[in-house]
Write a protein that binds this ligand. Structure first.
Ligand code: C2E
Ligand code: CA
Ligand code: CA
Ligand code: CA
Length: 275
């Protein structure tokens, strides 16, 4: 029994060792990826179903790995969050997204853009410096770049969060709550923050028509606080019609378009037209 116990321990130790090694390898790869420019943004249109035209796009980061190909953010954003690499990756996403939007505006593609801000990035003091810098650029398109933060970011020091959101709003950014309905925020606090948009999580869209009352509720809440609402992950015409009936007219999802590289999304935007 003693022997077996020791064996188990050894196996456990070496597994730990392997996991730790693999992690530090990924961490090393991520840092190298930043240096070598292996990250790129894809864009997914947000469509107004009343006009069937594009309102804005959401930028979604991708890792073009030299040997493993395209890696989705779900596989590396959590590691970036834990290791702090998110601060630098987040910086890249914000500057790259804003520069791309400015370029599009110059070319007459006058739409909005949403950029994801992770919880750790939101709490990082450097974030304010970065976005202040971006907002002071001569061509900064005021009021059309939206920062998406998840609901759980709103838990915590409410005064501090409200103050930070207010500063962002003052700089000319819009604020969206991402994955709404999946977090643990106190609903009473939602009205305390300057929110421009509520993004209804895909899980509710998947459960249509059963989830119709919940979606109506979120829509009413958004209206009450003066925010717009967007349905995420809309894949079918049935879902789109159901949402139209509820009065939720802004939708994002495979039904209209998957996230695509810049050139492809520009073609899709041209096909659909700009709202
Ligand atoms: P999210 O912000 O909720 O983004 C929506 C995700 O749903 C995207 O996955 C998108 O490709 C996917 N999606 C959109 N429409 C549909 C649909 O109709 N059906 C299905 N099945 N999926 C759909 P993606 O690009 O893999 O991103 C996953 C998550 O990674 C994002 O969720 C976001 O939390 C995070 N993320 C992505 N880019 C960034 C970034 O630049 N910064 C940060 N901090 N997080 C990011
Ligand atoms: Ca998002
Ligand atoms: Ca989301
Ligand atoms: Ca999500």
């Amino acid at each position: 029994a003693k022997e077996a116990g020791r064996d188990r321990c050894m196996t456990f130790d070496s597994e730990m060792g392997r996991a730790a090694k693999e992690r530090s390898q990924i961490e090393h790869d991520l840092k190298e990826a930043l240096e070598q420019g292996q990250f790129q943004l894809h864009y997914q249109p947000r469509v107004d179903t009343l006009t069937q035209k594009v309102v804005s796009v959401e930028a979604l980061v991708r890792w073009q790995h030299p040997t493993r190909g395209m890696i989705s953010p779900g596989a590396f954003i959590p590691i970036c969050e834990e290791t702090g690499i998110i601060e630098e990756l987040g910086h890249f996403v914000l500057t790259e997204g804003c520069n791309t939007l400015i370029k599009w505006h110059r070319a007459g593609v006058k739409i909005g853009m949403s950029l994801n801000v992770s919880p750790r990035q939101f709490l990082d003091d450097k974030l304010m410096d970065i976005i202040t810098d971006i907002a002071s650029g001569p061509e900064f398109p005021k009021g059309i770049i939206e920062l998406e933060i998840t609901e759980n970011v709103l838990i915590g020091d409410h005064d501090l969060i409200a103050e930070r959101l207010r500063q962002m709003t003052e700089l000319g950014f819009r604020i969206a709550i991402d994955d709404f309905g999946t977090g643990y925020s106190n609903l009473a606090y939602i009205s305390l923050f300057p929110l421009d948009c509520i993004k209804i999580d895909k899980s509710f869209i998947d459960q249509l028509p059963t989830s119709e009352p919940i979606i109506r509720l979120i829509k009413t809440l958004s209206d009450q606080i003066g925010a717009s609402s967007v349905a995420e992950g809309v894949e079918t015409k049935i879902q789109a019609n159901c949402l139209a009936e509820i009065g939720c007219h802004q939708i994002q999802g495979y039904y209209y378009s998957k996230p695509m590289p810049e050139d492809d999304v520009l073609k899709r935007i041209a096909e659909l037209g700009i709202n």
